[in-house]
Design a protein around this ligand. Structure first.
Ligand SMILES: CC(C)(COP(=O)(O)OP(=O)(O)OC[C@H]1O[C@@H](n2cnc3c(N)ncnc32)[C@H](O)[C@@H]1OP(=O)(O)O)[C@@H](O)C(=O)NCCC(=O)NCCS
Length: 371
């Protein structure tokens, strides 16, 4: 009864139809569909519909969700002002978290839980606008307003750079949104569900999730991986780097996972897009060299590459500045957060685990002047 499951390992917290992560086979099923197919042929908007409705949309339904996303991309003036004012001194993830939270102020009925995915849609539509605006404000550049004729991923690159991306860039960006969209009961999704389970509003649930994704053991790894690849610098240094890390018993960013017993299936898609955009990517060459070394030295321990090993190198090709990588992961994962929050609210019971108390009882209180 009092067995402690550190890190909640192996604890099954609820039932879900959103996603199956098959760690043994290295497969991800989004609402029953193979992630590999969705990453190649679908769009983020279609995936949102799928995760929220447990079925693919008709052509009309897809048009409808695209239209709603377009309509709700622009930021309320108060949030735009907040970003412009704070961007220079606030880390991108802190600013994203604060901005998501601030959106509640511009909803007349933020506590209405009748249609949680619709509320989430309003936030998800705006997250890329927040990120692009924050980057431009940090650079001292004027914001670029979203355009109605561009899709979600395309619009992000347009508002970030102020020019339309190529078809290849737009497709790679859309793919990153899909690849990071959902991954079962990971830490940030659990955080969103814990908050939702108290019947707090959707803004609170999504804000909790952004905060949880920030850490380097979770979404923050996209940034620490790039620091690692830059530190290694050249494929010829990979062996020396890995050897040093292994002998110091230090973790190597971009490797290891609680669920996978093989390579994370998303790695191949990130790699494919990097190769399409820049076959000579130096970061990719270093990442592959580190991967080979890790497989030799830690493969028998079950330490495999995770998706973050390649994600940063692709973001680099798309011109996303490194401090913004985790914000993009958040903007993508908001799909999964919102789907799980909706499931949680649909059949809710407040989350309330226990802790095994190992302290003392019966200690006698002594007033401060007698201690
Ligand atoms: C993802 C992660 C947090 C999973 O953590 P976890 O399930 O709690 O696993 P643990 O940290 O307990 O690791 C289990 C063992 O594998 C080792 N290990 C795990 N990840 C490792 C890595 N990246 N490099 C080297 N060794 C690693 C640990 O040192 C530990 O070894 P030990 O049993 O000899 O002490 C962990 O693998 C990690 O920190 N990876 C690096 C950060 C990262 O890439 N995060 C993004 C995840 S998508």
């Amino acid at each position: 009864m009092d067995e402690v499951k550190k890190g909640l390992e192996g604890v099954v917290v609820d039932e879900s139809r959103v996603c199956k992560v098959d760690g043994e086979e290295g497969k991800i099923w989004y609402a029953g569909y193979d992630m590999d197919d969705l990453a190649r042929y679908s769009s983020y908007e279609e995936l949102l519909f799928l995760l929220w409705n447990d079925r693919l949309p008709s052509a009309d339904e897809l048009d409808e969700i695209r239209g709603e996303m377009q309509e709700r991309r622009s930021l309320p003036d108060g949030v735009a002002d907040l970003i412009d004012r704070e961007a220079a001194r606030t880390g991108p993830m802190d600013l994203l978290r604060t901005s998501v939270s601030a959106l509640a102020s511009y909803d007349d009925t933020p506590n209405d839980l009748d249609d949680p995915t619709d509320r989430s849609l309003g936030v998800i539509a705006k997250m890329p606008t927040i990120i692009a605006r924050a980057h431009r404000a940090r650079q001292g550049d004027d914001p670029v307003e979203p355009r109605d004729d561009l899709g979600h991923a395309e619009n992000f690159l347009y508002t970030l750079h102020g020019e339309e991306p190529t078809a290849e860039e737009a497709s790679a960006m859309d793919s990153t949104f899909i690849l990071y969209a959902e991954h079962g009961m990971n830490a940030s999704t659990f955080s969103a569900c814990v908050t939702a389970s108290t019947l707090a509003n959707v803004y609170s649930s999504l804000t909790s999730a952004v905060g949880t994704l920030q850490g380097p053991l979770h979404g923050g790894a996209t940034e620490t991986v790039i620091e690692m690849l830059e530190e290694v610098g050249d494929p010829s240094r990979a062996s020396e780097y890995v050897e040093e890390k292994v002998s110091n018993k230090e973790k190597i960013p971009g490797f290891g996972h609680r669920v996978y017993e093989t390579v994370d299936p998303r790695c191949a898609h990130f790699k494919r897009h990097i190769e399409e955009l820049n076959p000579d990517s130096e970061l990719l060459a270093v990442a592959d060299a580190v991967r080979e070394e890790v497989e030799v030295r830690l493969g028998d321990k079950g330490i495999w590459p995770n998706t973050d090993l390649y994600a940063g190198a692709l973001y680099r090709e798309l011109g996303v500045p490194t401090p913004f990588y985790t914000t993009l992961f958040s903007a993508s994962r908001a799909a999964g957060w919102s789907a799980h929050v909706a499931e949680q609210l649909d059949d809710n019971r407040i989350m309330r685990p226990r802790v095994k108390f190992v302290g003392e009882t019966g200690r006698e209180y002594v007033p401060v002047d007698e201690r």
